[in-house]
Design a protein around this ligand. Structure first.
Ligand SMILES: C[S@@+](CC[C@H](N)C(=O)[O-])C[C@H]1O[C@@H](n2cnc3c(N)ncnc32)[C@H](O)[C@@H]1O
Length: 284
């Protein structure tokens, strides 16, 4: 395998960043060259210059860029990751939003950077649990990711041990229902009722204007995604999420992430050592 020239790596890094906001070094390590070669083969080109020309056309056709990003990004996720966030939703946020909305307006939830759907289906289970006590409560759960392979897996909704872990079992026992049935390989096939609660779509968080689809949200999950982005994009996203949230709405980030320097937009809520960014209830 020939090594990709540093000037080519630099150009690919720039293109990936322009398209997705992703800083290449944050998502991958040594195997970049190998992954670029795999993609070149896939697109039938032998010269890196030609591959770069294909990538440069992403505004008209993003297939090559999407495939490269899907290959480069690690999409680690599992059910009920950071369980305190789901407890906070169930115990504090849903009762409050339900009291405000009643049955007339759905509570709107987004999983932005949803990976293979584990997060969105965990949210669906949480909403279903709430609905048992409040059958007229209504929800919409949207989930999006830049990675088409992840979205395909989310649509299939069959999960192995890596995604399931013990946290799911704890919530299943508490909620009194299961995520789904096991197949012969021991994978879990998500129940149709839970699948039907989630609407999946392609979402690119770099495209700030394209995020208007989040408008009117009560809860936005954007966990373990900001780590890939630079400070400027994180600040733009904080502002956009703020605009898109209903009063009192909440953003959840990953455990090691924060919206530094933009906290005056939000009130920082601490629940069992997990943090959430809450939009003020009044008009600013
Ligand atoms: C580590 S996973 C986190 C999944 C889930 N949110 C969680 O915390 O378990 C990061 C996800 O962010 C997605 N991602 C990266 N850049 C993105 C972008 N610009 N727009 C939307 N999703 C993006 C990746 O494809 C990947 O699925």
């Amino acid at each position: 395998m020939t090594i990709i020239a540093p000037k080519h790596i630099a150009r690919i890094r720039e293109l990936v960043h322009n398209y997705s906001g992703i800083i290449l070094e944050r998502v991958t390590s040594r195997s970049v060259d190998k992954k670029i070669h795999t993609q070149m083969k896939h697109f039938g080109v032998s010269k890196t210059d030609d591959y770069i020309t294909i990538l440069e056309g992403f505004e008209h056709n993003s297939k090559a860029m999407d495939d490269l990003i899907a290959d480069l990004t690690v999409s680690e996720s599992y059910f009920f990751r950071n369980p305190a966030q789901f407890e906070y939703i169930l115990e504090t946020l849903l009762p409050e939003f339900y009291k405000r909305n009643g049955s007339s307006m759905p509570i709107r939830v987004w999983s932005a950077g949803c990976s293979r759907g584990e997060e969105a289906y965990s949210l669906a289970m949480t909403m279903m649990c709430f609905q048992r006590e409040h059958p007229d409560a209504r929800f919409t759960i949207n989930a999006g990711d830049i990675n088409a392979k992840n979205l395909a897996a989310a649509r299939e909704a069959v999960y192995n041990k890596r995604s399931l872990r013990e946290k799911l079992a704890i919530f299943e026992a508490r909620f009194g229902f299961k995520l789904g049935e096991k197949n012969e390989k021991g994978e879990c096939i998500v129940a149709d009722q839970i699948k039907a609660m989630v609407t999946l779509q392609k979402l690119n968080l770099k495209n700030i204007r394209g995020l208007n689809c989040l408008a009117g949200s009560d809860i936005i999950f954007c966990r373990n995604v900001l780590i890939y982005f630079d400070e400027s994009l994180r600040a733009q996203l904080a502002e956009k999420f703020y605009q898109c949230l209903n009063p009192g709405g909440v953003v959840f980030l990953g455990e090691s992430e924060c919206f530094s320097g933009v906290s005056d937009y939000f009130e920082l809520v601490n629940y069992k050592k997990t943090y959430a960014y809450r939009k003020h209830n009044g008009i600013r």
